[in-house]
Design a protein around this ligand. Structure first.
Ligand SMILES: [Zn+2]
Length: 156
């Protein structure tokens, strides 16, 4: 299995491999990254691949595209066990296990329409992570609690 994954990773010349995505989340991640397939990147999506860690997993490989820090944070919100590989010249130059921080600032909107963060543009949203799996976050301003599904909906 490990060798198999190594081979897949090395097929990319420059770009990223997002590995250990929970099965069924790959398309959501692409949508969230604003990737439709029309940008010209070479993209490989593998879904429901057998995985020792997760049972089954999804993998996304994107050639010629890297991720911004806020994109990385969003992925950590959807996929808590994800591994991000950065590839340069066929080599993995960085392998990062994404970890959701205790506090999430500014990357997702509160689901409460009357929350101050939805009315005052200068007030950044702030959530406390109550639980990672299943995901549960609480708005620091209005105490609204959002679960994985609501977070999903608000990220795209
Ligand atoms: Zn709120």
């Amino acid at each position: 299995m490990a060798i198999d994954r190594e081979l897949r990773v090395q097929k990319i010349k420059e770009g990223i491999v997002i590995d250990h995505l929970r099965a069924g989340t790959a398309l959501k991640i692409l949508e969230m990254l604003g990737i439709t397939g029309k940008e010209g990147y070479i993209i490989t999506v593998a879904m429901n691949v057998p995985s020792q860690k997760l049972g089954t997993k999804d993998i996304i490989k994107i050639e010629g595209r890297y991720l911004s820090p806020s994109e990385v944070s969003k992925i950590a919100l959807i996929a808590p066990k994800v591994t991000l590989n950065v590839i340069k010249d066929y080599q993995v130059v960085r392998k990062e296990r994404l970890i959701l921080p205790e506090e999430i600032v500014g990357i997702i909107k509160c689901s409460n329409p009357t929350c101050i963060t939805n009315h005052e543009p200068q007030v950044q949203s702030k959530f406390l992570v109550l639980s990672r799996e299943p995901l549960k976050i609480k708005c620091k301003y209005c105490e609204t609690i959002m679960n994985q599904e609501e977070v999903f909906r608000r990220l795209s």
